[in-house]
Write a protein that binds this ligand. Sequence first.
Ligand SMILES: [Zn+2]
Length: 157
Amino acid sequence: MTEEEKTVSPGGERVQKRCPDWMEDVPEAVEAMNNEGDWEFTPCSIEEMMWMPYYCDEKSCQCWHESWAGYGWEIEKGKVLMTEWTCDSDGDWDCGYATYYTEDPDYCEKGWDRLSEDSIKAEESYLADVKETKEDPLGYWLSEERFQRFLSEDEED
Ligand SMILES: [Zn+2]
């Protein structure tokens, strides 16, 4: 070990090379990573997630559902894993996908941008459907007055 390497703060250099930026501010995560330990963060409420309405195609259902999506992180024996979570309006949580940070740092870093685009698209298709059916099954509008105003707005373009 060179003199220079010795003076690097715990987790400093090493962490930055292999980890997402947020990890610098989470000492427990840095420690787990540097000591091949375990650490875990999972989103625990929908406030930490992105709203994502979706139309359910199942024969018995054929309706809109609300869901939320977000990310968690795990460190398993020093390896950093990003986990993708969804939660629906029944309160069912599911971890659908996980990616090692080292395998695809770009995918992991842009997670929230991706979710935000997906959420905007999902919202647009919900609003388009509301306009067509004149129904608001998810209770998007808090007041009937606002809802009626939305329905009576002229179609843009
Ligand atoms: Zn359904």
